[in-house]
Design a protein around this ligand. Structure first.
Ligand code: NAD
Length: 587
């Protein structure tokens, strides 16, 4: 059984995704999804617990469910659809060979019941999971998934504040941040690609060593003095350096502020969204954190919120001193605001004023990336299911040649080839927009059909995409039409993707720390070389990005209206926008 899928060994041995041209399932479409299920566990943070990333983001409910899903995928007919509910396989339904093979819904809960406490109760009882964005939808490709996004983000920060995004503009500049987990470990690498030095704080020595050995850190320090000495030595010499510091961000950030140091950029990517499992409070060791989480989880949560509040106060102080400060998608500000409820304000500022102050730190999407999302440009990705790096080389070359009007695409591919450490099946993340995604997918489908690629290729994206997500403190903060919390768009997206024949469509909602905060849609499609697949790739990928453009046009973004009028970025993808209703107004 194990030979069929390593998942059937139920975590008894280290997991490695199947590679090669041999088909275990009945179709490449099901095989591709199974390889991705295996791959998220190969590259995940704690595969033995099925945890992929983001503190407790899981690939399936438990090992029994995982094994039953793997078996179902091995046996799945292309005219049937496998239905997954919060990480367990429920059954198959007869559909047709142009319909999705897998439909999945994870932890979607009515508004009044979408609370952290209810989630943690059901999670502890094995009744639900937090699927992350890409964990339960089997789209996670390791740190590269967010690496391109962090590169785009830091590039946009540099262009806005430092006069440009080249190494010359960033010479002598540095970023203070924290977190070297599944996603956070992308930060020093993305910064170094741009020529920005970094000091990244991490509480877990194992995570630091993992990133150092992957080439993501130049120096590791155990105290702030040595870290700063290494940093300043490199900056004085005109060199770019990535320094890792073992410590707690809630202590290090204030210490940096108290020294009067002003980093050029300050952010954070600890798993602060989850105050029970994701953020180490001050005064705890990793061991006492785990033990107290069992004995007194409310205390852990309260202490984590208090520590986050300390870190956020330091970030505000650094902003006042001149640093560019933003939140990077981990709900840090929400937790700092929640900590206001844990303390009794005596002669202090009003809650409203404190909340306003905390929210003066911008979210990264509203602050920097919205103009790209408005054009449907976002974190697209593909995975060479063969496991053969030469397949990825070939696709990289195709992409680099396909979009001469947007030279930044070829430039990113060249940088990624040089700097992105390999993890799992060969994969590439690349920010592409409406029309561009389907153009490369159809070209790859031709290469699969002609045998120039050794096996099919899976296309996917982060859920945090133009149409795919609603999160009023991340992807949709500060929308012009005040649609920040409206979940119609990701739900419409799932319908569009199902109607257009994607292979996997998943709708996720928040776990503990994101409870009541997010709704997202994920998509995967396998380019297996069939002519009918080319049609599904075009319809689904254009439908997905097209809806993102329509959403932003409707919300009042002129870039989106222009993109809809032009019918895509560099390639044609017709979108018919009706224009705004007469009554619609911007915020
Ligand atoms: P993770 O759980 O894999 O890693 C979190 C890391 O933070 C761990 O290594 C942990 O040891 C460290 N940490 C926790 N508390 C700390 C503290 N007080 N001081 C120093 N280090 C501490 O999580 P991840 O997958 O890296 O994700 C990080 C966050 O980013 C999550 O909240 C996630 O939801 C969010 N995220 C944002 C984006 C985005 O697009 N911006 C994308 C993905 C994830």
């Amino acid at each position: 059984m194990t030979a069929l899928s390593p998942i059937l060994a139920r975590g008894a041995e280290p997991l490695r995704a199947h590679r090669g041209t041999e088909l275990r399932a009945r179709s490449w479409r099901a095989e591709g999804l199974l390889r991705m299920f295996e791959n998220v566990l190969e590259v995940g943070e704690r595969p033995q617990d099925l945890v992929v990333y983001a503190a407790i983001g899981k690939a399936a409910r438990d090992w029994d469910a995982a094994a039953r899903i793997a078996t179902a995928l091995l046996e799945l007919d292309v005219a049937d659809t496998l239905v997954l509910q919060s990480g367990i396989p429920v059954g198959t339904l007869p559909t047709h060979d142009g319909a999705p093979l897998v439909l999945s819904a994870v932890n979607n809960t009515v508004g009044n019941w979408a609370t952290a406490d209810r989630f943690y109760d059901r999670f502890a009882a094995g009744q639900t999971i937090w699927g992350g964005l890409t964990a339960a939808a089997w789209q996670y490709i390791g740190r590269q998934g967010v690496l391109a996004g962090t590169y785009e983000l830091l590039g946009a920060v540099a262009a806005r504040h430092f006069g440009g995004r080249t190494p010359e503009h960033l010479r002598g500049r540095w970023m203070l941040t924290a977190g070297m987990g599944g996603m956070g470990s992308s930060q020093p690498i993305s910064a170094a690609i741009l020529g920005l030095s970094s000091l990244t704080v991490e509480a877990d020595p194992v995570k630091i060593e993992r990133l150092r050995s992957a080439g993501g850190l130049d120096v590791v320090a155990e105290d702030l003095e040595s870290a700063l000495a290494a940093l300043h030595h490199a900056l004085d010499a005109g060199e770019v350096i990535a320094v890792g510091l073992l410590g707690n961000a809630a202590e290090t950030f204030p210490a940096v502020a108290e020294r009067g140091l002003v980093p050029d950029v300050v952010t954070d990517q600890t798993a602060a969204h989850d105050v029970r499992f994701g953020y180490l409070p001050v005064g705890y060791s990793l061991e006492s954190w785990a033990a107290t989480r069992e004995s007194d989880p409310q205390r852990v949560e309260r202490d984590a919120r208090a520590s986050i509040a300390r870190q956020v106060e330091a970030m505000l102080a650094l902003a006042r001193a001149g640093a560019v400060v933003f939140e990077n998608g981990n709900n840090l500000r929400v937790q700092a605001i929640a900590s206001l409820d844990d303390t009794v304000p005596v002669g202090r500022e009003s809650r409203e004023s404190a909340e306003r102050r905390i929210l003066s730190i911008p979210g990264f999407m509203e602050g920097y990336l919205r103009p790209l999302f408005a054009r449907g440009i976002g974190p697209f990705r593909w995975v060479a299911l063969s496991g053969d790096a030469r397949d990825l080389d070939r696709i990289d070359a195709e992409v680099s040649a396909l979009f001469p009007q947007r030279p930044e695409i070829a430039a990113w591919i060249a940088l990624a080839r040089q700097h992105v450490p390999e993890q799992g099946l060969p994969a590439r993340s690349c920010w592409l927009g409406l029309g561009e995604r389907s153009a490369i997918a159809v070209r790859v489908n031709e290469l699969v059909a002609s045998g120039e690629l050794t096996a099919p290729v899976l296309f996917s994206r982060d859920h945090l995409d133009s149409a795919g997500m609603t999160h009023p403190r991340i992807g949709t903060e500060g929308m012009r039409d005040r649609s920040d919390g409206v979940t119609d768009w990701p739900l419409l997206d799932a319908m569009v993707l199902s109607a257009t024949g994607a292979d996997l469509v998943a709708i996720h909602s928040g776990g503990g720390g994101y409870a009541g905060w997010m709704q997202s849609t994920g998509v995967s499609i396998v380019a297996d070389g069939a002519a009918s697949t080319a049609q599904r790739l075009t319809r689904a990928l254009d439908g997905d990005s097209g809806l993102g453009v329509l959403r932003h046009a409707q919300a009042g973004y002129p870039e989106a209206a222009a993109s809809a009028a032009a019918g895509g970025e560099t390639c044609q993808a017709p979108v018919a926008w009706f224009g705004r209703n007469e009554g619609e107004r911007d915020a």
